[in-house]
Design a protein around this ligand. Structure first.
Ligand code: ADP
Length: 290
């Protein structure tokens, strides 16, 4: 029982600004903070916080030792993270006083993951395990192919959305997790509704409206309302949700129970400022008054 997560590792550089800059503008920021981010790292940390055994498959540059160290500290197995001759991925995030943001992504090492490294990381994985990936690294389809052949449950968090990337892996997937915007983009690209996708379980997250689970085998859809909280920062909510969802499923929970667990974690996450470093653990969920 383990989660193998092929995913991005980024330094999130968060600049507070009085307003978001426009073309040609030079703007001084009022503060800068650096945190661990990247959809992949966030999901690994979330699943690990939820007490799953998580093997992260990824890459950083020489400048990324701190990020790997932090993931290790959060309980992630980091032995399948390569150090490559590229800069570690990073995101330049400008946040204005109204909480609006602007994000510039530099993939760097996240696009330098080798097929040998992936095959090596997955060599002992099998049907008791889950393979998870997103769209912020290279080699997603290759890795999903290996995982599928070895009988792992294959889960894809299709973000950032790319129609061709989804089409390439759709037949391999057991679980697909999307937010509402991505779901609309997928419907537009394929002309198919969520209920008709060739994936057994499709989970669409709906922000403050919770989420919807399509059990396409049974032809059923179920809505799960969100837990009411006052959000201060929704960054990483979806990643926390997905990490916890995987951890619940890995522990043998039925989908509805894993979704309930994931929504509790995501609700706490939206009340916190930051990304990977503030993802709640199981004790936080126990202490929460919902
Ligand atoms: P993403 O961050 O990928 O866009 P969503 O915004 O859909 O994902 O959020 C993922 C999950 O986080 C939701 O399904 C819900 O459980 C939880 N969530 C998000 N926003 C809120 C909110 N305002 N209140 C409570 N829960 C929320």
């Amino acid at each position: 029982m383990a989660i193998y997560n092929l995913g991005s590792i980024n330094a999130d550089l968060v600049y507070r600004v009085p307003h978001l800059p426009t073309a040609g503008e030079t703007l001084a920021s009022t503060s800068l903070s650096r945190g661990l981010g990247g959809k992949g790292a966030n999901m690994s940390v979330a699943a690990s916080r939820a007490a799953a055994r998580v093997v992260h498959i990824g890459a950083v540059g020489e400048d990324g030792a701190w990020a790997v160290g932090r993931m290790l500290e959060y309980g992630v197995d980091t032995r399948s993270i390569a150090v490559v001759d590229q800069q570690t991925g990073h995101a330049i995030i400008a946040v204005d006083d109204a909480g609006e943001n602007l994000i510039l992504l530099f993939p760097g090492a996240n696009h330098a993951i080798s097929e040998t490294q992936i095959a090596q990381a997955l060599k002992d994985a099998g049907p008791d395990d889950i393979f998870l990936f997103q769209n912020e690294t290279n080699a997603g389809a290759y890795a999903a192919g290996i995982a599928s052949r070895q009988g792992l449950r294959v889960a894809y968090a299709a973000a950032p959305f790319d129609a061709a990337a989804v089409a390439a892996v759709l037949p391999l997937l057991d679980i697909l997790v999307l937010n509402a915007v991505e779901a609309a983009q997928l419907e537009e690209a394929t002309g198919q509704t969520m209920a008709n996708l060739p994936v057994r379980d499709v989970v669409v997250t709906l922000g403050a409206d919770g989420c919807r689970w399509y059990n396409t085998d049974a032809g059923e859809a179920q809505h799960f309302p969100a837990i009411p909280v006052t959000p201060v920062d929704t960054t990483g909510a979806g990643d926390t949700f997905t990490g916890y969802l995987m951890a619940g499923l890995d522990r043998g929970m039925p989908m509805a129970q894993a979704i309930t667990l994931a929504q509790r974690a995501a609700a706490i996450m939206v009340t916190r400022i930051g990304t990977a470093d503030v993802i709640p653990d199981l004790k936080d969920l126990e202490d929460a008054r919902f």
